[in-house]
Design a protein around this ligand. Structure first.
Ligand code: 5PR
Length: 377
């Protein structure tokens, strides 16, 4: 038997761990380099849809993930605390989990699949012939190099891939806090506090709280305000401002006020191309997007899977062509998700409710594990 092919991956985030696990399970030897010393997820909560969940199924990670996840009965949207829609999303698979839990699940899957993860290892760049270089001056060779190193990707930038960044007018601060379900229930007995609830206020002031239960104990809340609103975008949050506008959420807002938090302005980064020779970029390095459709990590995970599949199927001397073909086939759906997410961020149209239908759920319904997905019927 030929010796296994070898992959070097920069970045142990969701994209990097997914591609690493998929490659290892398909017979590759894999090393993942993580710049930070400890392996842990930043961030609060996350919603995953069918397109990423089918990948986690394939990796064998779903039972672990589902052991601490929320299946909300409805995706509810309110304006000034009046219900605009309660979408049941029949036929759409979606769950909410904490980011630390998704991270722990992927880390376990990677380790169990034989992936070697090296923390405190900073990648400075890569070359199309498959050489990866490190901050300590050393380098290594691989059959496949993957830049899964985030929006500021050193792998991407070392290849000189052009990019364009667009900022939007709003932004958010994210928190993971105790649910305080009993207190919330007392404040509003008619609300189903297991629902995913997007609380919008546009008039008299643009402020929004996205309320996403992730399990019985933890809720992810995202507080949105325009970049131009110094008081609304301040961290730690201005508790008086937020509770005055969302009195029914006071128990969880009080928890958020105890944490520091970081305000992120919505932005989109579009890159010219995703592959060069034996190097491919995935995740935020390739397609950082606004969070409106909750598909940043979803696209990262599904693109990680298809990359691993295509690279495994390709003959070694045709890898470069295979990766270009992968981009040609797989990129358009991610570009559309990016465009739609930016559109929603720019227009605040999610506030109208009933948005998860038609083309908008294209990404959620995508099945990257279906071998016939690109066939025209
Ligand atoms: N949806 C989700 C989310 O986490 C955010 C947004 C929408 C699940 C914030 O990250 O529009 O900001 C949003």
């Amino acid at each position: 038997m030929a010796s296994p092919r070898h992959a070097e991956i920069s970045g142990a985030g969701f994209a990097g761990l997914t591609v690493a696990t998929a490659l290892a399970q398909k017979g590759w030897t894999v090393r993942v380099h993580e710049r930070t010393q400890d392996l842990r997820a930043e961030g609060a909560g996350i919603v995953l849809w069918g397109n990423s969940l089918v990948v986690l199924d394939k990796l064998g990670a779903t039972p672990d993930l589902e052991s601490r996840a929320m299946h909300s009965p409805a995706y509810e949207t309110r304006m000034n605390n009046v219900i605009r829609s309660q979408e049941r999303l029949e036929g759409v698979r979606w769950i909410s989990v904490t980011r630390p839990h998704l991270y722990a699940t992927l880390l376990t899957a990677a380790r169990e699949s034989g992936v070697e993860i090296i923390s405190g290892s900073e990648v400075t760049g890569a070359t199309p012939d498959g050489r990866i270089s490190f901050a300590d001056g050393t380098s290594a060779e691989a059959d496949l190099v993957v830049g899964a190193d985030g929006v500021g990707s050193a792998v991407r930038d070392s290849l000189g891939i052009p990019l364009k960044r667009e900022r939007s007018r709003d932004g958010i601060t994210r928190f993971l806090v105790p649910r305080h379900k009993a207190e919330l229930q007392l404040l509003e007995p008619d609300t189903d506090w297991d629902n995913y609830i997007d609380f919008w206020n546009i008039e008299p002031r643009v402020l929004r709280v996205l309320y996403v239960p992730c399990n019985e104990e933890e809720v992810y809340i995202a507080l949105m305000a325009p970049v131009s609103d110094a008081q609304g975008s301040k961290v730690p949050i201005d508790l008086a401002l937020w509770t005055e506008n969302f009195p029914h959420l006071a128990p969880v807002l009080e928890e958020a006020a105890k944490l520091h938090g970081k305000y992120y302005g919505y932005q989109t980064t579009r890159v010219d191309h995703w592959t060069e020779g034996r190097v491919a970029i995935i995740g935020d390095a390739a397609h950082a997007m606004c969070p409106a459709l909750a598909q940043g990590a979803g696209c990262s995970i599904h693109n990680a899977w298809t990359l691993a599949t295509v690279a495994t199927q390709a003959a070694d001397d045709e890898l470069g062509d295979a990766l270009r073909e992968w981009e040609r086939l797989e990129r358009p759906i991610t570009d559309r998700a990016q465009d739609r997410s930016q559109y929603y961020a720019d227009t605040r149209q999610m506030a109208q409710g009933n948005q998860f239908q038609g083309d908008v759920i294209e990404t959620a319904m995508y099945n990257p594990t279906d071998p016939h997905r690109h066939e025209v019927n």
